[in-house]
Design a protein around this ligand. Structure first.
Ligand code: ADP
Ligand code: MG
Length: 681
């Protein structure tokens, strides 16, 4: 928006000091703010056939007055006036409260239009809005605004009316005409008028389409131009290594990589060799094999003479990764160590020393990695697994232990593409979208709690065949203590049922050593059934486990259920996930059905996002989602994708930085502090 539209709202006729203050209180300072104070819904005043009117709803009808108004007064100043009118040959009664002043203005034979609450059984409308004559076509859809104290919706409409009258000629078009033509978008000034005062639904739809696209395009341009600028100014590490040696490493792995793993590994290596700093998000569904991809990246860093750090959120995971990586690196000369909170004293001191003097190439650890006493000789690659579990500051601290190291974030919570683009818009995204061959789809069943005994017999059969099972206990919101108590109760109950087998117990209140012991026993098949809270949610890998039973499954989010389900189906055995739940509401039932039908983590997370909304998706409000004025990343995801591609193409093109048609968009970028117009690639 240009300077002219940045004028304070007080320049408008009809806005005095008091109103100005009230508008400022809801964040409206300038003309531009007012224009972008978009309605959050519309009242529909379209006249509908009587047949279709719904009881108790606000409706609009139009008809011919049949009788003189009759008024009854009661109380001190109260009145009830009725008239009868004919609508589509049906006699309807309109009731006005305390509006007796209208009596003389309504005559038999008049055409009137009334909006009000409809009583389908008495054929009566309680009048809220009355006008003489036919319905006003300009008022079929009326904008409803969020307003603050002291301002009514009607006033807000008036302010916008005045604003548009005075300023609509000054709303500059910033979009190249080629785009307007290609997408059949209305001009900007028209879009602003229509979004506030739509003629009809069609016009409103196009206005919204235009403004949503504009908002998303500007957002994407800003983000991508910013990324470019960052890359120009900050050069990262160049890792020089012989790709043939990496290939040799890949060939000696115990399995052959999937196509997706190979592709992603190449993307990462390309970033590492480049002078630009890598900032990449690696998404891969549970079991898709992210660890081995990480090992390839770390091996490449090792060949280039740099150290790598892999940070994970829990000690269980750290140990598991350490074991897995030690296996993968067993035939090459890489030295690897583990650093967790429970490694203390002398051992810790020696490890720290060997990290500092460069004897160690790869460190796997928990938060212990970011403690002050940890120093690297030459940290070139930082990987965080389950990255959403770490705060921004923690990830930052680890990176600062090196000089602009390459950074790879891994996550098994499949983040819907829509969110990945908007939340992690300044990152590159790689996805492993293929599972290793030979995996059998996990069979998922939703059962009621009264089936428990049958389910336990089923588990018994699996165990008699040599397999193992997880039993996840009810989740009690906000109370770890109750969760733990639940696990203890269920554990006791199952011990009574499975007299011939070993039932283990795992929860967050156990000490690290106790947890380790339990996990080791489960891995060694000394524990056959592991009763646990959600601490096993992430990453745990015991391929012999084939059944996952989840109590009160409707209390978990879809993504979390999917994570839990991912603990089984990790080997060639047929695996089962049993969701025990008696959901009351429709959404709960729908979610159980979705789980039964969908195995694809990405599809599930899209659903989860739809059902829970973007704010809740990451379990916190700090998802970093931008605050859009009109666009909605969930429903407008197609527009978001289009905008992303368009922005990328624009920024790459010479025309964007030079041609007059793009001046408006360039100006916007400049006003956001992005001045760099030179061509990069
Ligand atoms: P996640 O992506 O969930 O972290 P992991 O890296 O733990 O997955 O891998 C899951 C399991 O699959 C591990 O046991 C791993 O050894 C195995 N695996 C990974 N890649 C392949 C592959 N290409 N072929 C066969 N097994 C694989
Ligand atoms: Mg993993």
């Amino acid at each position: 928006m240009n300077d002219y539209l940045q004028q304070p709202i007080s320049v408008l006729n009809g806005i005095g000091e008091e109103k100005e203050k009230e508008l400022q209180q809801i964040g409206l300072m300038s003309i531009c703010d007012l224009l972008q104070h978009f309605p959050y819904r519309y009242e529909n005043h379209e006249v509908q056939p009587i047949e279709e009117l719904r009881h108790d709803e606000r409706v609009t009808i139009s008809g011919v007055v049949q009788t003189e108004a009759s008024v009854r007064y009661y109380g001190k100043k109260k009145s009830r006036m009725t008239i009868r009118l004919v609508v589509e040959n049906i006699l309807v009664t309109a009731v006005f409260f305390n509006r007796a002043f209208l009596k003389n203005k309504i005559n038999r034979g008049d055409i009137v239009t009334i909006t009000g609450k409809w009583n389908k059984y008495k054929l009566t409308i309680t009048v809220q809005d009355f006008r003489q004559g036919e319905p006003d076509p300009a008022k079929q859809l009326e904008a409803v605004y969020s307003v603050g104290a002291g301002i009514t919706v009607k006033q807000m409409r008036r302010f916008l009316q005045t604003t548009l009258q005075t300023f609509s000629d000054y709303i500059p078009e910033i979009m190249p005409s080629s785009i307007l033509t290609a997408y059949k978008l209305p001009l900007r000034t028209h879009a602003y008028r229509s979004i506030h005062f739509p003629k009809d639904k069609e016009e409103l739809k196009h206005a919204r389409r235009r403004l949503v696209y504009e908002e998303l395009l500007l957002f994407q341009l800003k983000m991508q131009a910013f990324k470019r600028q960052e890359r120009l100014s900050k050069s990262g590490m160049i890792h020089q290594f012989d790709e043939n040696e990496v290939n040799t490493f890949i060939e000696q792995l115990p399995f052959s990589l999937t196509g997706a793993q190979l592709r992603v590994a190449r993307e990462i290596m390309k970033d590492m060799r480049d002078s630009l700093k890598m900032n990449r998000l690696l998404q891969g569904d549970v079991g898709s094999g992210k660890t081995v991809v990480a090992s390839i990246a770390m091996y490449a860093a090792y060949l280039a003479g740099a150290q790598s750090a892999l940070m994970v959120p829990t000690e269980i995971l750290a140990e598991q990764h350490f074991e897995a990586l030690s296996q993968l690196f067993s035939d090459v000369e890489v030295s690897i160590t583990l650093l967790t909170g429970s490694i203390k004293g002398k051992t810790r001191k020696t490890r720290n020393e060997s990290i500092q003097n460069g004897e160690i190439d790869i460190v796997v650890g928990t938060h212990a990695l970011i403690q002050e006493d940890v120093h690297f000789k030459h940290l070139g690659l930082v990987i965080t697994d389950e990255q959403h579990r770490f705060g921004v500051a923690q990830r930052r601290t680890l990176q600062e232990k090196g000089y602009e190291p390459d950074v790879l974030f891994m996550t098994a919570t499949p983040i819907p593409r829509t969110l990945a683009i908007s939340v992690f818009g300044d990152m590159d995204v790689s996805a492993i979208d293929e599972l290793p061959a030979g995996r059998k789809p996990i069979e998922t069943y939703w059962v009621k709690h009264d089936m428990l005994e049958r389910i336990l017999r089923f588990i018994e059969k699996q165990i008699n065949q040599g397999r193992q099972a997880y039993v996840i206990c009810p989740l009690i919101e906000e109370s770890e203590t109750l969760d733990v108590q639940n696990a203890i109760d269920v554990h006791a109950q199952l011990q009574q049922f499975f007299v011939h087998h070993d039932v283990g117990l795992m929860h967050g209140r156990l000490t690290t050593e106790e947890k380790e012991q339990v996990m080791e026993a489960f891995s060694a098949n000394d524990i056959h059934i592991l009763v646990s809270t959600t601490v096993v949610e992430v990453g745990v890998d015991v391929p012999n486990a084939t059944t996952m039973l989840i109590y009160d499954a409707d209390r978990f989010g879809l993504s979390q259920l999917h994570q839990l389900r991912g603990r089984v189906g990790r080997a060639q055995y047929q695996s089962y996930c049993i969701l025990m739940a008696d959901p009351k509401g429709e959404t709960g039932q729908e979610r159980m059905k979705i789980m039964q039908e969908t195995e694809d983590g990405f599809a599930l997370s899209e659903k989860d996002l739809e059902l829970r909304g973007p704010g809740d998706f990451f379990g916190s409000k700090q998802s970093g989602l931008p605050d859009f004025k009109i666009a909605d990343v969930v429903h407008d995801y197609k527009a978001l994708e289009t905008a992303r591609q368009d922005a990328a193409a624009m920024i790459k093109s010479e025309a964007f930085w030079q041609d007059q048609t793009y001046a408006g968009l360039r100006e916007y970028l400049e006003s956001s502090g992005i001045l760099n117009g030179q061509k990069l690639d």
